[in-house]
Design a protein around this ligand. Sequence first.
Ligand code: MSP
Length: 511
Amino acid sequence: MNRNNFYITTPIYYPSGNPHMGHAYSSIFADVFARFKRNDNYKVHFLTGTDEHGLKIQKAAEKNSSDPQKYCDEISEIFKDLTIKLNLSNDDFIRTTEKRHHACVNDIWNRLVKSGDIYLSKYKGWYSVSDEAYYNSDEIIEKNGKKISSFSGSSVEWVEEDSFFFKLSAWEKKLLEFYDKNKKFILPISRRNEVVNFVKSGLKDLSVSRTSFTWGIKVPTDDKHVIYVWLDALTNYLSALNFPNTNDNLYKDFWPASVHIIGKDILRFHAIYWPAFLMAAKIQPPHRVFSHGWILSGEEKMSKSKGNILNPLEVIKTYGIDELRYYLMKEVSHGSDGSISLKSLENCINSDLANNYGNLCQRVFSFVKNNCKNRVGKITNLSSSDKDLIEKTKVLTKNLREEMDNQNLNNYIKSVINISFLTNKYINDEEPWKLKKINPEKMNNVLHIALEQIGKISILLNPLIPKKSSLVLDSLNIDPKLRNLSFLDGKNLLGDKVEIKDLNILFKKVS
Ligand code: MSP
């Protein structure tokens, strides 16, 4: 893969109910990086989709008295619609019930058989349908007379059935070597440590087929078995690139994936099983798995089964999509869990969007309109306070690419909002309204610098608030082709003379 290509994925969602804020969070988080990289002139492929096989989906369909395929067709549409409502810039939406995916899963299965990593035996142990995960006995506890997983809290059932196994235990040493060589394969570091410790404590072979239900992809050589839904689902990242056709441009351009964005509940699958499957199949593992925390409602994970869901579509209707996107990204610290509430959403909209960035744009645009007929001339010289603002902005933008390369979105947002704050302060200190009469040349310089700052801030905020930032960039008359991050390398965004268009109010204060 070319260094200027970037392949980013979200987890593909179980179509087992309506999407909630946790789904929205995972998707928006990935979208921000996809947009940032596009703005930095990378060739980007951003994938999302639905994970449609397995017992969990079969049961959900039965509960709705529906055939699984029909059920998936309906719910998958709802998730597809969510990508539009969240303004995701995904290049593809994969469904694991598609033909292209079946072909890919068959190929991976055959590779694992060929490498000698699959054998037939019997599974006896605990299984959680809601997590689609096997658990060891020492991971099971009892709560209110029910057996649950101590890891996820989901209820488990005892399963005994014929099953094909993947020789995961044989990959223990190779996985540890792989983690050691690729220090940033799992981020944040706390998650990496968790995984390394888990692998060091010993891996058991993994059951990779089921015989007690039928909703899945059949094992190519034994149709009594359906392939374990995680082996099926993880493979979506390859099938979307038309694997096994390794001559396909998508595959050549984008594999290995740059980063899989996932929630911490599905870390084991992505950071242990997936690289082991791939190494066994003689395919390069991805560069990174980034595991974000959970969105909490109070102290609990927000989820359908817990009934504590904030509906993203309702929030978007009341507050707006950019407002929701910004809030989720700003409020939740990306490695850890974060509580969200409508109150803190409103505070965030008021403080960062309405009072800071929105106010900066509004006051500068309306001043230029009312006092300069929307035109600002060339900068004639720079005062010490102009230089100070430019210098501070350079310092704050210096590490932004690196922050984004490490998924440090919180630091990124902090720096960008700080630039906006400093620019507001610069306007307060320079008082262009007083300069109009006494020093129009200096007023022109101050406004030019302020507009240049607004342009930069808008491009930097674009991945988070694509709609509103584009309105500002349109009003600044910046050609869409030039809305990129080359100013980080010292280039100016605006020409010598600037002609702007009127800008309507961007963010209304909420109370
Ligand atoms: N189908 C699997 C993923 C397969 S990827 C090969 C799955 N689906 S899911 O719909 O249950 O979850 C999708 C993503 O949403 C996961 O990354 C999960 O961590 C995330 N979230 C679900 N609830 C969440 C919160 N309350 N908070 C943040 N993200 C959480 O897992």
